[in-house]
Design a binder for this molecule. Structure first.
Ligand code: PLP
Length: 402
């Protein structure tokens, strides 16, 4: 018999969407994967060089469970520069990706029975981790086109059991970037009710609204003592499989993570740690700039194609690398007895008909959304979006005829 907690979880829905795409590809279909949560590009040479040098030097041993001190120092410097808040090595923990950083944070701050506020649509790992910690996710629905919660809706979700709020800006899946006023209002609320803020900022390198990313601790420095700021190198340096993330937090949380990681994973992979340390020492920022420019262009060109969709508003896509479509109006116009009724049906149809893999909003708790990654290679992305627009625009008439 499995532990009861396991029945509360399902496998990541994005993994399931990608699995369906793999099955179709294995059957000989040409598939364009717009379901992936990663930019399809080789990692920077500096990272690869750092890894090779560490391997050639025979580096092989455990590190401190929360990471190499020079790497923690380098991350503290990087975060101090990007947040304009001072962090030291004592605030930083190196983790196996942002995922472990989030889970450390969750286990460190919540007790069984506590409630944690999550904005929905949400990346499905967030509520799953709350459940794994024995706590209860409390969802606050956010709506397009901005997908930013009103402070009234957040306040209405607070109860005496609320322990934390999870923020994710830039957001997966919606592409929302919270503005300063929203961050400050959430910060005030967290202080007023003495809540923790777990701020997942792992798409911080990808903000396309003309401003640099703003962390909640920058917008509202008063929350720093109650914030766990989570980030990773996974997306920023296109090394999702290398598993290297981090968080910055008050020293109590760092001590808790030290215990947790010492009993679960020990340290993050030592070669990856050295590779990133080397990168941080020598990078001239050219890779990061190139990646940003590629995504910016893909976003602009992709939005121009998506603007031709009928009955689907053009997404704002201010941050991360996702176009998040709201298909509510389109679904409402389909005949009630048509074979395609849900976003899952639409994601399946698109895969079958156009070979485009997407992620249905149901994965994120949203019955009308559809997520498309613009991290795919541009030469594949744009034709795929053209086909998708053609297929969705034809849907109403074909369903009526069916
Ligand atoms: N947070 C969000 C919002 C994500 O979308 C992802 C990955 O898709 C992660 C965290 C996990 O990042 P990592 O691969 O660094 O564990």
């Amino acid at each position: 018999m499995l532990a009861q907690r396991m029945s509360l979880l399902s496998e990541s829905g994005t993994a399931a969407a990608r699995e369906a795409a793999k099955v179709a590809a294995a059957a000989g279909r040409e598939i364009v994967d717009l379901a992936a949560g990663e930019v399809i590009i080789a990692p920077p040479k500096t990272v690869r060089d750092g890894a090779v040098a560490a391997i050639e030097a025979g580096i092989n041993r455990y590190t401190d469970s929360i990471g190499l001190i020079p790497l923690r120092e380098a991350v503290a410097v990087k975060l101090t520069a990007s947040t304009h808040v001072n962090w030291t090595v004592d605030n930083v923990v190196i983790t196996n990706g942002a995922k472990q950083a989030l889970f450390d944070a969750m286990l460190a701050v919540v007790d069984p029975g506590d409630e944690v506020i999550i904005f929905k649509p949400c990346w499905p790992t967030l509520p799953s981790q709350v459940l794994l910690a024995g706590a209860k996710p409390v969802f606050v629905d956010v709506k397009g086109p901005t997908y930013i919660p009103t402070i009234e809706s957040v306040r209405a979700a607070v109860t005496p059991k609320t322990k934390a709020i999870i923020l994710n800006s830039p957001n997966n899946p919606t592409g929302a970037v919270y503005d300063r006023a929203a961050l400050q209002a959430i910060g005030d609320l967290a202080i007023g009710y003495q809540l923790w803020i777990i701020s997942d900022e792992c798409y911080s390198s990808f903000v396309f609204n003309g401003h640099p990313h703003e962390s909640i601790v920058t917008a509202h420095p008063g929350v720093r003592s109650r914030t766990v700021l989570v980030n990773a190198f996974s997306k920023e340096l296109a090394i999702t499989g290398w598993r290297l993330g981090y968080f910055a937090a008050p020293p109590d949380i760092v001590s808790a993570a030290k215990k947790l990681q010492s009993h679960t994973t020990s340290n993050a992979n030592v070669i990856a740690q050295h590779a990133i340390l080397h990168h941080l020492k020598v990078t001239d920022g050219v890779f990061e700039k190139g990646m940003f420019e590629r995504l910016s262009r893909a976003r602009t060109d992709g939005l121009a194609i998506l603007a031709r969709l009928a009955d689907v508003p053009v997404p704002q896509a201010e941050g991360s690398f996702f176009f998040y479509l709201d298909l509510g109006k389109l679904l409402a116009k389909l005949p009630t007895r048509a074979p395609v009724k849900t976003v899952d049906d639409i994601a399946r149809l698109l895969l079958e008909e156009t070979g485009v893999a997407s992620v249905a909003g149901s994965t994120f708790g949203d019955p009308t959304g559809l997520r498309l990654s613009f991290g795919a290679p541009p030469e594949l992305l744009l034709p795929a979006l053209e086909k998708l627009v053609g297929s969705l625009n034809a849907l109403k008439s074909r369903q009526a005829a069916a």
